[in-house]
Structure formats: structure tokens, C-alpha cells
Design a protein around this ligand. Sequence first.
Ligand SMILES: Nc1ncnc2c1ncn2[C@@H]1O[C@H](COP(=O)(O)OP(=O)(O)OP(=O)(O)O)[C@@H](O)[C@H]1O
Ligand SMILES: [Mg+2]
Length: 336
Amino acid sequence: MRQLPARWRADATRTAKLRGMPLMHVMFYGPPGTGKTMVAQRFAEYSGLEYAIMSGGDVAPLEEQAVTELHKLFKWVHRSRRGVLLFIDEADAFLSSRKRGTMSEPLRNALTTMLYHTGTPSSQFMMVLATNRPHDLDSAVLDRIDESVEFGLPDVKAREDLVTLYFRKYITQPLKIKPLRPDEILDPKEANGNRNGRFSPKSPSMAMPKREDLLAEDGLLEVARRTHGFSGREISKLMTSLQTHILFSDRSLAGARKRSKLPSWLEKKLLFEVVDQKVSEHHRTAEFQVTGYDYVNNENPGSRLVSPKGGGGLIHSPPRSPLHGPGQQPNINSAA
Ligand SMILES: Nc1ncnc2c1ncn2[C@@H]1O[C@H](COP(=O)(O)OP(=O)(O)OP(=O)(O)O)[C@@H](O)[C@H]1O
Ligand SMILES: [Mg+2]
């Protein structure tokens, strides 16, 4: 079945409510960082219903109080003239399978109350669940879901849109740094450039990078290509990390101090250093998920370490202090 975008689905909800038709329970599921929470919040706002937003993790700490709170919620539902949408984020923390046997008594009671109130279709109440663990949900909860929408990882085109969006948000808007347009790369007489293909800086104190070393629009497409498997959240975090690197890179900082202004261009090298670092982090995280994590201590006891400062000096491991756990190497520089 073709899946409707959130806005249309929200309009469909609005229409169903106006016609007194039963409202649908919806589940958004997919890997972390793919926009489920973001879309569900907008869905709630557009739906035309009154709405409440909760996280599944808020329920367990309420203990016995959880059932009382749910009864209050359903009193509100019955009183409401517009109908009520309840968005349960991280739904697996509340509505997980009773089979697992680890569920506390109060949480089980809360789940049963929820099931009781959602057993028959209603034109007054709808649930929107978001989870990255749909397989953990109780089968009776899944049975109540009318429509499930998968949020997958973005493909290269969607990543390009995300890279452009978050470059604009975290780099262009706050730092006034833009990728070069194709005509800026080709035309040596362009306002900001000069005839030898170098970019004229606004301040003579700045080093002059070559045009081909500067980020152009096609560089963002290259970022999208290299970030295969990244979620929207990872792309947005890549851009916040790039922002930090720009602000704290030696050259930018020195320039900014002198001119209280950053350059309006970005060297490709800096961008791709950040991208490479994020790609390695992404692979490391993926590996943790597959193989778990076991710390391997590669230190050979009694080995002699070459001083990182050079000069041929050898560092002898100092006697192990009781404060150092097994395998922890004290700071090499302070031992030298
Ligand atoms: N499709 C998207 N468009 C724009 N931004 C996105 C998109 N997907 C993710 N993001 C960015 O990632 C952030 C995290 O998204 P969100 O919290 O909605 O993910 P989620 O799917 O709910 O993740 P989780 O399963 O970890 O809760 C958003 O605030 C937004 O900045
Ligand atoms: Mg979420």
C-alpha cells in the first residue's frame, strides 16, 4: 500500500473526526534518528485533535499512580469535544510484551488499562506510537494498530537534502559560509576571486586558499555519497560537529580574532576530515551492535615504550599505583 505523508495522514484524521468515523491507531517504527518523533509531533499538531505527548519511559516511575493517571486521561478523552490524540514516544518502554516476564506489576496493570480503553474503535481517541523496537511491543498492542509506517534510513537523494538542510542551518546561517556556486568556480574574474585562481580573502592577513581547495556545491553531494547508512540525526550531528571545527580551527580562530569575522568560504579538507571522522564513528557504533564490546589490552608487560616526544628517550613504566586499574596506562607525558 502506498504510504501517505504525515500531513495527509493528519488531514485524513481531521476528516475522520469531522465525519464521526473511528480514528486510527498509528505506529511509526524504524531505526534510531530517522525522524519518527519529529514527524509524530507535527502529526499531533496538524491533526486538529487535542493532544498529549508522553514518553513510554515516564510510566514505570509512576508505579501504582500510572493507572490513576491513565484513568484521568480517558476521562479527558470522554469530555473532549475535539477528540484526543495520545502520542507515546519510545512506546516499547511502556507497551512491551507481557511474555518477557521482567515487567513490574504496576507496569503490567498500566498496560492492561491501556488495552481495555483501546479494545474497540473510537471516534474520540487515537494513539500514535513511535518506537525503534516494534518487535518488543505486546501482541495485543500490535493488534490494535491500524496503520504502521516504517521510517527507513535515507537514501543518497534524501541524504543530499538533509546535508543541504543542515549545512544551511548550522554553517551558512550562523557563520555566513556558503559552498561556491558553479559559476564562482569557473569564472576567475568573479567578485571574490582573482586571476590566478586564488580566492581573495577579505583580510590581507589571511592565507589565500586555491579555488579548487574550497567547498563547492557538488562537495555536499559527495558528503551525501560518503555517509551511506547515516540517519538524519547523524547527518545533523555531523554538521554541528563541523560548526565546532570551523569555530575552533586554528586559522579560523586566528582570523576571527583579528577581524571578529569568519571567512565566507570553507576548505574542503576541513569538511572531509569531519566527514571521515564521523564515518569511522558510524562504523564503530555499528560494530558494537553486532559484536558487542570487549576491551583488549595490547600492552606487553615490561615492554619499553618509545617517547612520543622523540629524542630516542625510553620511558620505563612506573610502578603501578593501586589507583590504576588493571591495564590502565598512566599518562605517558607526565611519566616522562
Ligand atoms: N527526515 C528528516 N528530516 C529532517 N531532519 C531529520 C530527519 N530525520 C531525522 N532528522 C533529524 O534527526 C533528529 C532526530 O530525529 P527523531 O528524534 O525524530 O528520530 P527518531 O526516529 O525519533 O529516533 P529514535 O528512534 O532514536 O527516537 C531530528 O531532530 C532532526 O534534527
Ligand atoms: Mg524518537
